[in-house]
Design a protein around this ligand. Sequence first.
Ligand SMILES: Cc1cc2nc3c(=O)[nH]c(=O)nc-3n(C[C@H](O)[C@H](O)[C@H](O)COP(=O)(O)OP(=O)(O)OC[C@H]3O[C@@H](n4cnc5c(N)ncnc54)[C@H](O)[C@@H]3O)c2cc1C
Length: 642
Amino acid sequence: MTAHLPTISQMHSTQISHLPLQLLVLLLLLLLLLLCTDESRGDATSRLLDQINQVGFVNVLDQAARPNVPKDLSNYDFIVVGAGAAGSSLAARLSENPQWSVALIEAGGVENIAHNTPVLAGYLQQTASNWGYRSVPQKLSCYGMNNHECSLPRGKVLGGTSSINYMIYNRGNRRDFDGWAAAGNPGWSYEEVLPYFLRTENAQLQGLEYSPYHNHSGPLSVEYVRYRSQMADAFVKASVESGLPRTDYNGESQFGVSYVQATTRNGRRHSAYAAYLKPVRDLRPNLQIFTFARVTRILIDEATKSAYGVEFNHKNKPYTFKARKEVILSAGTFNSPQLLMLSGIGPEDNLKAIGVPLVQPLPVGKRMYDHMCHFGPTFVTNTTGQTTFTSTITIAEIVSHFLAGNPATRLSSIGGVEALAFLKTQRSQLPKDWPDIELIMVTGSLASDEGTGLKLGANFKQEIYDKMFRDLALAQQDHFTLLVMQFHPQSVGRLWLRDRNPLSWPMIDPKYFVAEEDVEYLLDGIKASLRITQMPALQKIGARLLNRPVPGCEHLQFASDDYWRCSIRTLSYTLHHQVATCRMGPESDPTTVVNHQLKVHGMRRLRVVDTSVIPVPPTAHTNAAAFMIGEKAADMIRSEWS
Ligand SMILES: Cc1cc2nc3c(=O)[nH]c(=O)nc-3n(C[C@H](O)[C@H](O)[C@H](O)COP(=O)(O)OP(=O)(O)OC[C@H]3O[C@@H](n4cnc5c(N)ncnc54)[C@H](O)[C@@H]3O)c2cc1C
């Protein structure tokens, strides 16, 4: 059978012959537009220019025209390391005070048209904007990945992971934050963090205009994805038929189903860079942003245990910046712990083994939680033209999206994610209003990009694509996938350093599914997803399980419990919500690294402000929380230094 299928290289060449033509037309249109004289530019042209500006070409030109070259031994009040969601929001807020100078140091460059086009989300992991980390080979998960290594992408660009993520906007459950506060973190209860979530948000959510859970004047745009497939409508309807309420999962109750809320603006990605930095960087000489600048060490006065600066490399040259007030690490859940350890703050055994002199013993990286997912089940339908395959995107859609600013084309689909359902399994011991499973409804699968994006990004074996998804792509068969995600896993991973070279990858062992129970939760979630597809709304479009056994699980009866258990350990797919590597909690708790003010225990003038401080996995995707943490940290720092 496979003999009749085109080879991968044939498939690539087919797509490549489509893409340049589309891009060429786009570039020609842009050129024509830019050649228009000022007099000939009416309102419509100005609007078009505005569209182009939003798309991101200008970012790249702007960056090239104004490289910010660091001056060695410069002094700033605050040095923020890393321009992700937390670092960008923090630096923007601190620099509102014109008396304070802020240096924001980012290892990556600037985002462009690809980042800003939501449908391309799956491709960004193959670009230089991804640090490209992989886990150590997993014993009990990721069997479907090459060498059992799970892919662990992270953003390396102004905007950080918010510039390469899937743009789902989701805050978490009231009980998550109340739990943080109860664990010895005053100020972090739901009532206390909600104002910071609101402060970030500029919601354009039809039907929620008067909700007290949404704000309309913050920097970060949140909107419903305007492109909707029939399959998403059927899924939402079927979920309701199965007994789930329609809900605003960022509102009073998470429990239920909703179309996805996204960090997009008029159908384009709205990253931390676009929301917080771009609007102010030209207006604030006290905010200095340095790109392609990689911090390698925190400078610490060992006598007082005070941080007083950082060392970094910019274009292969070493630099030192000094901080008059604080050094703040916002380098993300893998790199903040790495920088602490490179600077002598971490577990004594690991630092000793790699020859880093110990400054402060702390359990940095000793704990890491994540949200593991099952990539599926996938269902085929009787509809046509509802699943977006990359090669079917037309020039008309590209023009409509980019030049007419139409936010409702398939280009604004956030990598195919259309709806979310928050559920409880039978086995859950948690209170009634605390979901333990999420179904992420995606129109498509690994087949949507015909094997050219997601498969590579996630490190899936070729065999998985060939045996399960390739025919879907060739036939352009409509289908959707319900990713099943577990919110409160028992498995705990860890991160450590292999050597003292700051350019080496940290070693990351997520230990997915070492707790057998985590597999059972996902099994219950799969069964819940199958129940929903039996409901009339999905039966009406002929939804049925994709009848292609998972490679490695063929020996088990298809769709039996044991088959699904095997599938869970094979199609193990993280949604990249790693947290707790610099866990927040009181100093008396030996598992914690920072206190409730995000100050590193036992150190002075050093904080960690990013998702690495989140103490336990939240009932949410983690981007909204990163912004909230940045905003809250800014307030704490302001009140301390003002
Ligand atoms: C592929 C993917 C999809 C995701 N999808 C979603 C989603 O749809 N919704 C959601 O809520 N969450 C999602 N997440 C998770 C979410 O985006 C992240 O948890 C969140 O953005 C992390 O924010 P942060 O500020 O903690 O760190 P980051 O955004 O990772 O920022 C850290 C920054 O520090 C920089 N940096 C690191 N080391 C150094 C150094 N040594 N020197 C200088 N700079 C450095 C990095 O380059 C980066 O810019 C996704 C994650 C991934 C990887």
